[in-house]
Design a binder for this molecule. Sequence first.
Ligand code: DQA
Length: 159
Amino acid sequence: MKIVVIQGPNLNMLGLREQNIYGPMKLEDIHTQMETYAKQSNIEIEFFQSNLEGEIVDKIQECMGEANGIIINPAAYTHTSIAIRDAIKAVQLPTIEVHISNIYAREEFRHKSMIAPVCAGQISGFGPFSYHLAMVSMVQILSEIKAMQEAQQAQQKQQ
Ligand code: DQA
């Protein structure tokens, strides 16, 4: 089982950028914590960050056949990107949208997510812990999918 974590624009500046909103933690420290949890759960994990919409679309497309699930913080593209939304819809992998800040408690333009309707769920507002919650949720989703596939295989054998 493999999860790909995709980080959108300006998230490479975590720890430096608007600390009052996003806190002092750097992106690499968040990734280290996610990696620890992935290891404990026997899951392979890959990290990708880009400031470019097209590169994020390319990465989502590459996940098809390569990964079992996607955790994505599309950052500002959350509120604008039909291209990222369409890519997620196209690859048909369980996807969780993550935000460090509570986007509904901020400016009105952040209240709308183009991405959420094509995701299994959205986690927003728990600081860097949002990523941990996404990991726990993804592990749960993947184990449910695995159990379902095993039950289907068992049923097919009986037929
Ligand atoms: C963000 C929220 C977005 O509105 C913003 O553009 C970001 C970060 C978050 O994680 O809280 O860059 O996705």
